[in-house]
Design a protein around this ligand. Structure first.
Ligand SMILES: [Zn+2]
Length: 78
């Protein structure tokens, strides 16, 4: 019989503040008709510009899904 011992560790999940991690939220819009995705940006207006440009080129594509990226990291300890 093989026995495995896994050490119990406490973890905490919190906002990712590690070097290089994005500072704050990132916004992104995706067309719900064709799946095309615009620029992912920390500026909401910049990300939303995609909807005007995309509908301008594709007048029947009027539905969008906003994807908000918030980065999290697991830390040891409580
Ligand atoms: Zn589209």
């Amino acid at each position: 019989m093989t026995r495995t011992v896994i050490r119990r560790m406490d973890w905490t999940c919190g906002p990712d503040r590690s070097p290089g991690a994005p500072d704050g939220l990132l916004h992104e819009f995706q067309c719900t008709t064709c799946g095309d995705t615009g620029e992912c940006s920390d500026d909401f207006e910049t990300a939303r510009d995609f909807t005007f440009q995309h509908t301008g080129r594709n007048p029947r594509h009027t539905g969008y899904r906003e994807v908000v990226h918030r980065f999290w990291r697991m830390y040891r300890g409580s």
